[in-house]
Design a protein around this ligand. Structure first.
Ligand code: ATP
Length: 805
């Protein structure tokens, strides 16, 4: 999405700030209040009473903060999308004057139209209504509670009774009431402010005339987490399980301490047995919830990584050919397999771990405070040191992991190239050299891996040391308090368990954070691939309704071209060329003259730099045509056809979506002189041809490629004659197949044989990217030019090949 700079002081930010501020203030007030008030907060949790307990208000504020925060963010992002879509539509249609519409009612009415016709909007409406309901319900709840408590206060005053709540907690109640009122007010204003927000985004997007509106985003934690958005239901359920298991973790030390206290203080064991029973129940629920949580997160992780792999693969295969001119296969496959794997745990399990340990730390600290504030103070001092260190460590890991994945991808390039060209490697006895090259590359990633290991080990050790130190300190100070009879042994035992939990949670949290940062490093290249906009988009552009709109004819008009990877060397200049319907055009000329480039432009692998290429009698510009449609009308038989690892049948029907029946395949194979050799194989058409057709001879591969082209029944056939010598029998069969394929069709052939050029309707001679001669074979032989020289050279050497290749 276009990165539109939004004002920081905007409605959603104010709302988000308010709910978070509400949560923090309430939690702080609760912790302070519960450590000062003699009523144990713990008892209030266990024995909840509407007019006496206060923790429900704190929980309400925290949950509400979480839900409202998410809702407001979602509403804003829907509005943003709607506004950008509106802007895109305006830009596309250009029906509205951009400069004058930015601040007028036009934008507003356009947004309205877009909102009414958009699916995002119905979601947005529900979210807005939900926001209002949540804030209204919380406000109502707090008002009712306030009413009841105030009533009790008044009665208590009259009757000289004890107040139902301490003054601290009454202050919490009033504070939350004010917050709830403000939140409710803001929710009411949601519609109005969001409408203004959409207007603002739309006008900013429209005003930004020079920049295209695209979907590029920065790579950050938010984007990383957004990968798991489609799995939100799994993750949400897993989170519920996580809250249950964290809760059991938080309360279990309390019961643990109670067991110790009841064993020390009572002669009767029944109280201890009761606590043990509770403890067992808590452990059982905790482990069940843990198991389900882990299963749900794992499934979500697997789904995320599978989807990501599909997306990356699709992004790669939909890229333009220029992209493949600059990328290496091994690197791309490494991105799909290795980089995506690193992300798997980060976007699911790590989020869960993060939330789990975070909750555990917060919960444990709250319980520790209510048990013994002075002991807790000791621990709190350690937290900033670890936090600071963790952030630095995370940054370092992110950088290192990106380098590591890059080096890994580089070694995959060597592996892929070696394995896929094993015959060449073997024939040059280059195994040793390739092995050394791989070793060097893998050595580089290993060196970074070692640094990663040192960083991880060192950091974990450091965190362990700090946690151990904190534990010893707590033990020493706690022991002193027990000795002075200020706290019971049970409280110390509970406290030590909480300390251990917090220390462990910190250690895990740091390591999870490290993993997260590593994933961020690894994800950079993946997002680069996903964000890449192909220069030539597949499956876009017009599909002519009329089948006759392309009859095979094609025209080049003053075409200039150079490859994007080598822009300084012009490969075609001022090429004017007409391929008429039903005619055969032969392209000849010295090697490197630009013949294959002409084919590449007809296939629209690239676009010309200047001039135009038009199709059919209605002169459709090639750039405006849907490329998939184009490729269904044109077939290319190349010099060295590439087959895929499947069966012969699959190879012949390759790329055709409809079910092709075997009869048709046999028919085209017969025409291509392939049927006889195919049925001689044991499995006939179901014979597997091996990777890239390695189990077939050159001539056989060519005949299969011809059968493939015949099955497409193209309007235009592009043929690159083989230069590699086949034995005469095979050559005869291939030649015959080619002649049959060319019959009654528009053909453009890169000719290497005299017989082909003789039969062509027109011969075009290309040299250094320019058409230097054209005419029939006889016409060109009658002038003293390049063509005549080529023919003479071929006749003198008694070869059939005509080009200088
Ligand atoms: N993908 C590419 N990227 C950059 N330059 C290229 C690319 N393909 C070809 N070229 C360059 O473009 C020029 C024309 O190449 P082209 O393959 O069209 O010649 P050709 O006449 O078909 O040669 P041959 O008969 O040897 O196949 C050559 O100089 C070549 O090096």
């Amino acid at each position: 999405m276009l990165q539109i700079k939004l004002p920081s002081l905007r409605y959603s930010n104010v709302f988000r700030f308010l709910v978070i501020f509400d949560m923090i203030i309430l939690t702080i007030m609760w912790i302070i209040g519960s450590s000062i008030d003699e009523k144990s907060e713990l008892n209030q949790i266990i024995k909840f009473h509407f007019t006496e307990s206060i923790f429900d208000i704190v929980f309400l504020s925290s949950f509400k903060a979480l839900i409202l925060f998410i809702l407001i963010s979602e509403i804003e992002s829907s509005c943003y999308k709607i506004a950008i879509n509106t802007a895109n539509q305006v830009k596309k249609s250009q029906s509205v004057d951009i400069s004058s519409s930015t601040n007028t009612d036009d934008t507003e009415s356009l947004i309205d139209t877009q909102q009414n016709s958009n699916g995002d909007n119905s979601v947005k409406k529900y979210l807005q209504a939900f926001t209002l309901v949540i804030s209204l319900v919380s406000f109502a709840f707090i008002l009712v509670k306030f009413g009841f408590v105030t009533n009790l206060f008044i009665n208590a005053k009259k009757n000289d009774d004890k107040y139902p709540m301490s003054i601290y907690f009454y202050a919490i109640l009033i504070t939350e009431m004010i917050f709830c009122f403000l939140e409710f007010l803001l929710s009411l204003l949601n519609w109005r402010f969001m409408r203004n927000f959409a207007k603002l985004v739309c006008s900013k997007a429209l005003a930004n005339e020079t920049e295209a509106i695209d979907d590029k985003k920065k790579v950050n934690i938010r984007r990383l987490i957004s990968l798991s958005y489609p799995e939100r239901y799994f993750i949400f359920s897993a989170f519920i399980m996580l809250i249950v298991s964290s809760f059991t973790n938080i309360v279990s030390p309390y019961f643990f301490g109670s067991v110790v206290d009841s064993a020390v203080n009572y002669t009767d064991l029944s109280k201890m047995n009761k606590y043990i029973f509770y403890l067992l129940g808590i452990y059982l629920i905790g482990s069940l919830a843990s198991g389900i949580r882990s299963w749900l997160f794992e499934v979500a992780g697997q789904r995320v990584v599978a989807r990501l792999r599909r997306q990356v693969f699709n992004a790669i295969i939909k890229s333009d050919i220029t992209f493949f001119d600059t990328s290496r296969t091994g690197e791309l496959t490494s991105r799909i397999s290795s980089d995506t794997q690193v992300l798997q745990s980060a976007v699911t399990t790590n989020i869960s771990m993060f939330a789990r340990y975070f909750l555990q730390i917060i919960g444990s600290i709250i319980f520790m405070f209510s048990l013994e504030p002075s002991l807790s103070g000791l621990l709190i001092g350690v937290i900033p040191i670890i936090s600071l260190l963790t952030v630095q460590y995370g940054r370092y890991l992110k950088k290192l992991k990106k380098k590591f994945q890059d080096e890994l991808a580089a070694s995959s390039v060597v592996a892929e190239e070696t394995i896929s060209s094993m015959r060449t490697v073997r024939s040059f006895a280059a195994e040793g050299k390739m092995s050394k090259e791989y070793e060097i590359n893998i050595g580089k990633s290993f060196d970074i891996g070692k640094k990663l290991a040192v960083a991880q080990g060192g950091f974990m050790g450091f965190v362990g040391m700090i946690s151990g130190g904190a534990l010893a300190l707590v033990l020493w100070y706690g022991g002193k308090l027990v000795h002075d009879k200020k706290i019971s042994t049970g409280i110390l035992a509970s406290f030590l368990m909480y300390t251990l939990q917090v220390a462990m949670a910190f250690a895990f949290l740091s390591s999870v954070y490290g993993d997260f940062m590593q994933a961020l490093g690894a994800s950079q290249r993946i997002f680069e691939l996903l964000d890449r906009d192909p220069l030539i988009k597949l499956n876009s552009g017009i599909i002519p309704a009329d089948e006759d709109s392309f009859d095979g004819s094609i025209e080049f008009e003053k075409v200039d071209f150079s490859y994007p990877t080598r822009p300084q060397s012009q490969v075609l200049s001022n090429v004017c060329l007409k391929i008429e319907k039903g005619k055969t055009i032969a392209l000849v000329g010295p090697s490197g003259g630009g013949k294959s480039t002409i084919f590449a432009l007809i296939e629209r692998f690239y676009d010309p730099l200047a001039g135009s290429i038009t199709l059919g009698p209605r002169n459709f510009d090639l750039k405006s045509i849907n490329t998939n449609w184009l490729h269904s009308k044109i077939a290319l038989v190349s010099q060295e056809p590439v087959l895929f690892g499947g069966t012969i049948k699959e190879n012949i029907s390759f790329g055709l979506n409809d079910e092709i029946d075997t009869e048709q395949i046999i028919e085209v194979s017969k025409l291509a002189n392939a049927h006889d050799f195919i049925i001689n194989f044991e499995k006939g058409y179901d014979t597997v041809v091996g990777e890239k057709g390695i189990r077939l001879s050159g001539g056989q591969k060519q005949r299969i490629a011809i059968a493939r082209a015949l099955l497409v029944n193209p309007k235009l056939l592009l043929l690159d004659e083989a230069t590699s010598a086949l034995d005469s029998e095979s050559e005869h069969l291939v030649q015959e197949a080619i002649e049959r394929a060319m019959k009654d069709r528009t053909v453009c052939v890169i000719a290497h044989r005299l017989s082909t050029v003789r039969n062509a309707d027109r011969v075009i001679v290309l040299e250094n990217g320019q058409i230097v001669e054209q005419g029939t074979h006889e016409e060109l032989c009658s002038i003293d030019g390049i063509y005549k020289r080529l023919v003479l050279k071929q006749l003198l050497s008694k070869e059939t090949v005509i080009n200088d290749s």
